[in-house]
Design a protein around this ligand. Structure first.
Ligand code: ADP
Ligand code: ZN
Length: 600
């Protein structure tokens, strides 16, 4: 999601004001003293005037002042006959030039116009990148309209299925009139569903870009904190504007903020506003004929909390899944973003994709950007593989905090803990190879990490693999216990992940011998997200106890597996930890060498 800037009209006014101040300052600097004609005549008679230049209406020149210094002066000519007469009566008289109004206008107003003109042109160019600028002042609602979007389908990678589903929408928008005649079912509302940063907004923009139609966007969350009635008015406004510009796309980001099922999350209070806004949206959706060519697109990562009314036929009845990219998808996304930077020729995009499992498009865009910044900081012209690797590490673990002080004891514990993960992983068959171990603290939570890179993306896992994963996660704590006879809080995250896996094994995958092949996780309405509601399963208290028992059994069993491995390889563990303390980071080659050396 981009943050939109609103340039306030105040900046314009301040700009004009500054120009005026500078103008008048310069004018006063350059001003030549204008004296009455009579004074000029007197000075002339006294011999003070040294030089003059005569133009039609004015005389300019230099005269000596009281101190004898030369001074510029200017006077307006007066009819010679008349001036002779006037002189006799000792009158102070001066000429007056009709009006300098035009001159003033030109010298004052023109620069202002030029200034405003340049500013306007600049802003117009920026408007392409900064959506919504042109709607400045028209309405206060955060509705952004973008015309002639340059985003194309080729800019969105790794979401081929979603693109395929949206092809039809593009066909329709290109020619809304014809579409109906040919008997195509006209789409109206499309819900893009997927985790944040997977490119939902980008995809919606690409649809607009491909079909060459205007793109209206607003965020559902913008309506939440507003006064009652305003949100509804804005929705109405949005539809009025959109219909004027049809064919076009209306995109509502974070539609869940607006379309939360009524009655859900009642703790926050003040839902009248949201409900009104939602009702208005529903009314607008029902009220327009799809043939006008307005397509609604909305994005959410929590489809299960949406009000069912939004999903009814004729509303957001088409759902397009925009999921996390797999390895090939990540590679494609990286290639899209690599187009924008200059890289060395030996960039291995495939291995970068392999190093970034779980990352979404936004992370990958960030990664490329980070690598480019690193190269700049090092004064390099081309971005090379080391920068990308560093960027991967940064993004995975938060920023490297080299100067963060951890005391020696803590470092010891972290080193053995990480080594424990690594050794258990390397000793069990079918686990992902350990790519790197680090005890450089990153971010807030992680004091160290062991990075395992899957060889492939996996969609199926065998039971033994899951068990091995749990053992690997518990290897950190087991190592601490074996070496120090004591355990630390550092295993907090490991324990939670191990428990999650064990829980899924029992409740979702039917991998328990005593409970059998039963599915016990019915309250999970969707795979992308759990609801945050209390897990109230439709099973008995007895089953619940059995589940707990099974989970505990799996964890205890795998802890023993990890412990046994580490006891046997205590030597490797201690040597590895020492190496880690010395080098802070060790990579796959070094770990394998270590395992090899201590095998005998
Ligand atoms: P969402 O709307 O799903 O939260 P965005 O569309 O706002 O995600 O994505 C943010 C940025 O991440 C995009 O502007 C783009 O640079 C990058 N990005 C995300 N997904 C993709 C993708 N599939 N292909 C290319 N770039 C992507
Ligand atoms: Zn750990």
């Amino acid at each position: 999601m981009e943050k939109k800037h609103t340039v306030s009209i105040w900046y314009v006014l301040i700009g004009i004001w500054v120009v005026l101040i500078i103008q008048s300052y310069i004018a006063s600097m350059l001003a030549v003293k204008t004296i009455p004609y009579s004074q000029f005549m007197n000075s002339l008679k006294q011999g003070k005037v040294t030089e003059i230049a005569i133009s039609q209406g004015e005389i300019q020149g230099k005269m000596k002042n009281a101190q004898g210094a030369l001074e510029d002066f200017k006077t307006v000519r007066v009819d010679p006959e008349l001036s002779k007469v006037l002189e006799q009566y000792n009158v102070t008289f001066k000429g007056k030039i009709e009006s300098t109004f035009l001159k003033d206008i030109i010298s004052w107003v023109l620069p202002v116009f030029i200034f405003v003109g340049i500013w306007y042109l600049l802003m117009k160019r920026m408007a392409g990148k900064q959506p919504g600028f042109m709607s400045l002042g028209k309405n206060k609602a955060k509705i952004y309209m973008e015309d002639e979007l340059k985003v194309r389908f080729t800019d969105v990678a790794g979401v081929d299925e979603a693109k395929q589903e949206l092809e039809e929408v593009i066909d329709f928008l290109k020619n809304p009139g014809k579409f109906g005649e040919l008997g195509g079912r006209i789409p109206k509302g499309i819900l893009l569903v997927g985790p944040p940063g997977t490119g939902k907004t980008l995809l919606a923009k690409a649809v607009a870009g491909e079909s060459g139609v205007p793109f209206f966007s607003m965020s559902g969350s913008d309506f939440v904190e507003m006064f009652v009635g305003l949100g509804a008015a804005r929705v109405r406004d949005l539809f009025v504007q959109a219909k004027e510009k049809a064919p076009c796309i209306i995109f509502i980001d974070e539609v869940d903020a607006l379309g939360k099922a009524r009655g859900l999350g009642g703790m926050t209070g003040g839902h009248d506003e949201r409900e009104q806004t939602l009702n208005q949206l529903l009314a607008e959706m029902d009220g327009f004929d799809p043939k006008v060519g307005v397509i609604l697109m909305a994005a959410t990562n929590r489809p299960e909390i949406l009000d069912p009314a939004l999903l009814r036929p004729g509303r957001f009845d088409r759902h397009v899944l925009v999921d996390r990219p797999d390895k090939v998808g990540r590679e494609e996304i990286l290639r899209v973003h690599l187009r924008n930077i200059k890289t060395e020729s030996d960039i291995n995009v495939e291995s970068l994709a392999a190093m970034t499992p779980g990352m979404v498009g936004a992370d990958l865009a960030n990664l490329v950007n980070e690598a480019a910044l690193l190269a700049v900081r090092q004064g390099k012209k081309l971005v090379g593989m080391p920068e990308f690797q560093e960027a991967v590490e940064r993004i995975i673990g938060g920023l490297e905090k080299k100067n963060r002080l951890i005391n020696k004891d803590e470092r010891e514990i972290v080193a053995h803990h990480e080594m424990g993960h690594a050794i258990v992983a390397m000793s069990l068959p079918g686990t992902d190879p350990v790519q790197k171990i680090s005890i450089v603290p990153r971010g807030i939570a992680a004091l160290g990490y062991t990075m395992q890179v899957p060889t492939d993306d996996r969609f199926l896992m065998r039971k033994t693999e899951l068990l091995n994963k749990i053992a690997t996660l518990l290897g950190g704590r087991a190592a601490e216990e074996i070496v120090f006879g004591d355990i630390s809080t550092g295993a907090h995250n490991d324990l939670s992940r191990a428990t999650d896996i064990a829980k899924s094994m029992i409740k979702e995958y039917g991998m328990s011998s005593s409970l059998g092949q039963v599915y016990l996780a019915h309250d999970r309405r969707s795979q992308y997200l759990d609801l945050g509601l209390q897990e109230a399963g439709d099973y008995s208290e007895l089953t619940s106890q059995a589940i707990d028992g099974e989970i505990r059994q799996i964890i205890t069993g795998q802890y023993k597996v990890a412990s046994d491995i580490l006891k046997e390889k205590r030597d490797t563990l201690v040597k590895g930890a020492r190496l880690l303390l010395e080098k802070e980071k060790i990579d796959r080659g070094e770990i394998e060498a270590l395992m090899e050396a201590t095998r005998a």
